[in-house]
Design a protein around this ligand. Sequence first.
Ligand code: ADP
Ligand code: MG
Length: 664
Amino acid sequence: MKLDSIKGLGSKTIEKLNRLGIYDMNSLLTYYPFRYDIIERSDFSKVEDQGKIIIDGIIEKEPNIFYFNKKMERMTFRIHTGERIFQIIIFNRGFLKNKLSIGTKITVSGKLDKKRQIIIVSNLYFGLMTEKRIEPIYHKVSGLSNKQIRKYISQAISLGYHLEDYIPNEFLDKYHLLDKETATLCLHNPMNEERLKRSIQRTKYEELFIYMLKMNYLKNNKKNHPGLERKIDFNLINHFIETLPFELTKDQRNSIKEIYHDLTSSIKMNRLLQGDVGSGKTIVAFISMYMNYLSGYQSALMAPTEILAIQHYQNIQVLFKDYPIQITLLTGKLKAKEKREIYEKIKSGEVDFIIGTHALFTDDLVYKNLGLVITDEQHRFGVNQRSNLKNKGFTPDILYMSATPIPRTYALTLYGDMDVSNIKTLPSGKKDIITTLKTEKEMKDVLTSMYEELKKNHQIYVIAPLIEESDKIDLQNIYDLEEKFNKAFGKLYQIGILHGKMKSKEKDEVMQKFQNNEIQILISTTVIEVGVDVKNATMIVIFDAERFGLSALHQLRGRVGRNELQSYCILISNYEKERLRILTQTCDGFKISEEDFLLRGSGDIFGLRQSGDMVFKMADLKQDFHILVKAKEDSFEFLKKLPSLPKEEQVKYKNLMDRASSLD
Ligand code: ADP
Ligand code: MG
């Protein structure tokens, strides 16, 4: 059902909802609060100085507003509670002024200055407190309030939209779970804590159940498909390895052997190649493609971004320039005519290596004999791409690569259907990236360090969280930084910017210029992310570093230190020094990911963008690991039973498992 069937929902608001990932009734109703505030009157005598207080009262002095720092405003007024009078201070809520007249009953929560009876308010609700209340808090976009979101949701509910419940009856019974509609209602409008808890539990269970259902489904599929059996002369591989400009590390060689073994055996390969940023996974992938070529099949290498696909394409061409191997690049942005020509060549078997993005698996592309599929930065893709491939009717061997080390127990459960090769050591000669923490006040030092590197003819990445200035959050944006750095360095050096809203052609051009050292300072949002390899870049400066998870920062930092040149990472942040400190102490991605896992739960384990498999709206892999384990067993059992269930049940679950974007 479409959103515009809700009364009063215009296209402007729909646009805002879209930005929250809400496109239809289903995504609206499953747009869960990220937090609940429990509102209960505090006992004043028990609240400590600077402690949290919730209190209700009546306004007895009208608000005054005071403006400062361009965009900040402070509003003050007084309330009395019958027993006491409090001075209320609240920031940036001036728009409420007209509603706060004398006599208005309100409830506030905030921090108490006990001696002076001042409350710095963080939340304000209208009305006195009659009893304990639970207030759902949603992630919002500007111009859309909690209240509005709740209003649309309750309207959607009253329209009687039916939500599909994917927990089979037997498990609903077994665990005494609430049904989906009851639980969803309660999540948006909790009556009491006990109910809310049960609603959350069942929602988590369902998410994990669906996830494990897909995993198990994929695993079963694998068993049904015997792999290609081939003969490959390992001497040819050794010969190729000897021509490389560097020695492979022991782990690289081991991984190559494991892959060789998979390719030559009769079981289909389904292998995850894990290795920290810069550990040299790409060359392992290229050699695997060479093996596949030697046995007469086509290889496809899929990268998550165009920038990365182009980089792989350029590197692999150099590497195999003396070999009669045909290589092509296939991305989404090709002109129709070019695309047709490439499709034709892939179909006829004229090309051997196909490098690209998602475009490699569009429906109308037919391969002659695809023998190997490699996905780089696997964590960026979902289960879905994997099943898409299967829908094409291929049984190629599959290699996934990922730079995000997952703690082992979790990996085994989540990627239970895969074998794993690990590259643990970085190529020798690589130095640790020297990482320092700075505050914005220390910008001068940062500029000095940057200049030191530029003088050595090296290049620099600068990362900022925003593209342009925002009036909502006070974070660095790349346009401001461009101006600043132009002032500092513009006379001597070229500065380029890169962000996700640019056209892909523009992005490529900028990247290419950076590759060629025509740009020395590249200011970018995190689009730069994974995989990009510009060896002459030796410094990365990350603004508002506290905005990112540790693993994400580690990934970003991996853009430098690509060879034996000493590289540097400067993290700029005025907050969270303690959390960020670990990055200055270690370059071991595994340690960092464990730390991240401990600090933040699974939410951030896959870095900035947790696209693909791991996006749960409610569940948290670490906290809810016990539910995951149950869901795994249950889904396994259920899949076995599924063929004997009524036809409509079968269809319901088959659709679920085949659906293209169901986990996002
Ligand atoms: P990642 O594992 O992060 O994808 P890459 O495959 O991009 O890392 O490798 C990082 C850099 O290290 C590349 O420039 C690559 O050429 C280089 N490299 C890979 N293996 C070795 C090695 N054994 N010795 C020296 N340099 C290597
Ligand atoms: Mg890589």
